[in-house]
Design a protein. Sequence first.
Length: 128
Amino acid sequence: MTRTKRGYIARRRRTKVRSFVSSSLGAHSRLTRTISQHKIRALDSAHRDRDRQKINFRRLWITRINAVIRERGVSYSYSRLIHDLYKRQLLLNRKILAQIAISNRNLISIISNGIVKQVDWKESAGII
């Protein structure tokens, strides 16, 4: 029986997978089976951590806004600010509020004081 030479398809596939994990160390960059396991784990971690990153940034923004608000007025809190913003239909997201809080702390206090005065005025007048 004559010898059959295999094609280059499998080698090309393995080379493509190997280029994905070329920065890994040891067997994770040399052995095909280990490379495929490493790739699956890396892609899974990347997918999970993209979601975690969104959660972590939102938590950071909330912390920054709350710190600036509590620094300006002791009786006022983050949750009340957000509640009053929605009541006044001012749709500022937390990312923008956090950037304002970092760059210009006086502006956050002006916004919060203006909202509190207008909301309190409406509540006392019985409009809401």
